[in-house]
Design a protein around this ligand. Structure first.
Ligand SMILES: [Zn+2]
Length: 509
């Protein structure tokens, strides 16, 4: 392809107001343009060529993993209309589909049951991890909770303000490498206060926060249990009381997922007063009205000799015990994982960080993973609904991650394998030789870009450096003797015979 007919708007300087080094590299190298107003990234020809290479690679890998390409179904009904006609027996499962949709790849899978789906997802997760690592991108993976079920993520390190950046957590111990989010699973820890005392009322006038309670009664936050009221979005009028250890905070996503609703919000002071009277700041799980659902975070399980609110203005209860003084309707992992908490893998401290997701999969937990729209006959000939999961791959984030981490694209994704540049198009010998080099490369299946623009040599050299393709062949004064300068990346440049240059470029795909 000839550069004179390709839109490649390279920039000498970094674009203003952009902090993401990946986005900066894509814009400077002419792969993309970006509009700050709409936070909108547009791929330009080099970006589109690279994207097509990446999509081809992803497509090939997905099809090797038995995914079937479809169109206009996953975005519409999750592939149900296709699956319904095909999935009749357990022999037809797993049934895997993918669809390219608006720059993203949507995935859907139907499995025998939740446990099989979980195994199949772990397998897919591992294979994609290998694929991403093979492209030269350093990636990490984790499992957490989302409104769409358990979430499996492959992500890359990012920073605040970077394109598609989200808040996350990382382990301070770099040998551990654990990454996750506030919604990550928190490993169960034994309640640290094993000796049960007798429950007694404590007068705590005006003491409404855990911090005030701790200094007033000289206790540590973990020796108290907070009771907070939440309103589920879909259930008008119903209130849920959530118990969480005094040093932890309720995670609304985990709570909504546990309750099976799309959203929850904390009850307002008015709503608390309307349902329980003037007891805000003194709420506790003992003696709540029966119509209030009580759910506990795992941090509260087995609580012993703790302080709880007395549901009476200006009073708390000391020495409260789980199962003796208060009972809960259900228990789950409902609190935020936070910076300063212990790493779920190695026990070291966690710190705040940011990440960009490359792909994520969602699987509802247990029986909720079943989808009644698709049933199959199991080995005993019983009709059973299949388990369903969905996912998404973000190809642009792959490109961005590669640029962020290495400043360039790996040779697997580079839009062209080689740039052939002619410093002076007036040098006929050089321009003729460059044309011949291009023909030879293309004949050998090697994609190359010819910089045939009538421009100063300095500008063309600068662009060759900015483009930083795996190989650059400079066809200049040495052309008359059959010599070219070969750039091999990382600043390595050699004057070689043209045949040797061609051999090196074509033999190092
Ligand atoms: Zn760790």
């Amino acid at each position: 392809m000839k550069m004179s007919s390709l839109l490649v708007p390279t920039m000498k300087e970094d674009p203003a107001q952009i902090t993401d080094p990946g986005l900066t590299a894509m814009i400077r190298r002419g792969y993309a343009s970006f509009s700050n107003d709409g936070n909108r990234l547009s791929l330009l020809p080099l970006g589109v060529i690279s994207m097509n290479r990446l999509l081809k690679l992803l497509r090939k890998n997905l099809m090797n993993m038995s995914f079937q390409p479809v169109s206009s179904s996953l975005a519409y009904d999750g592939g149900i209309s296709i699956g319904r006609g095909v999935i009749q027996s357990y022999r037809h499962l797993p049934f895997l589909l993918f669809e390219e949709n608006n720059g993203e790849i949507l995935l859907a899978g139907y499995s025998l049951d939740f446990y099989t789906a979980e195994e199949e997802l772990k397998n897919l997760w591992k294979k994609l991890d290998i694929l991403v690592t093979g492209i030269g991108i350093e990636v990490f993976s984790w499992k957490d909770v989302s409104l769409s079920g358990q979430r499996y993520v492959l992500g890359v390190k990012s920073d605040k303000g970077y394109y598609c950046s989200k808040k996350g957590l990382a382990c301070l111990n770099s040998n551990c490498g654990w990454h996750g989010t506030a919604e990550s699973f928190i490993p169960f820890t034994e309640y640290p206060n094993p000796s049960p005392g007798e429950m007694k009322e404590a007068h705590t006038p005006g003491i409404k926060t855990i911090a005030d309670l701790c200094s007033f009664l000289d206790i540590k936050p973990y020796q108290s249990v907070k009771t907070m009221l939440f309103i589920p979005s879909s259930e008008k009028g119903s209130i849920v009381a959530v118990l969480v250890r005094g040093d932890r905070n309720v995670n609304e996503t985990k709570l909504a997922a546990h309750l099976g609703v799309t959203d929850v919000r904390p009850a307002t002071s008015q709503e608390i007063a309307d349902s329980l009277g003037d007891v805000e700041g003194f709420l506790g799980p003992a003696g709540l009205p029966e119509n209030i659902l009580i759910v506990a975070d795992k941090s509260v399980e087995g609580a012993s000799d703790v302080i709880i609110g007395a549901n009476k203005k200006d009073f708390h209860l000391r020495g409260a015990c789980w199962g003796r003084d208060f009972h809960v309707h259900s228990m789950a992992d409902l609190s935020n994982l936070e910076a300063g908490d212990k790493c779920p893998r190695c026990g070291n401290q966690l710190k705040d960080t940011h990440f960009t997701s490359l792909c994520e999969f969602y699987l509802k937990v247990g029986p909720k993973s079943r989808i009644n729209d698709i049933t199959y006959l199991d080995e005993s000939n019983d009709s059973v609904p299949a388990a369903f999961w969905k996912g998404m791959i973000h190809p642009v984030s792959f490109m961005m991650a590669s640029f962020r981490q290495k400043g360039s694209l790996s040779s697997l994704l580079a839009p062209f394998h080689a740039l052939v540049t002619v410093p002076s198009m007036k040098n006929n010998e050089a321009s003729n030789l460059a044309e011949r080099i291009m023909e030879t490369l293309e004949k050998q299946g090697c994609s190359a870009l010819l910089d045939d623009r009538e421009m100063r040599g300095g500008v063309k050299f600068a662009d060759a450096e900015i483009l930083d393709l795996p190989f650059t062949i400079v066809v200049g004064r040495g052309a008359s003797e059959g010599k070219v300068e070969l750039w091999l990346g990382k600043g390595k440049r050699e004057e070689v015979d043209v045949d040797l240059a061609l051999e090196i470029v074509t033999k190092n795909p």
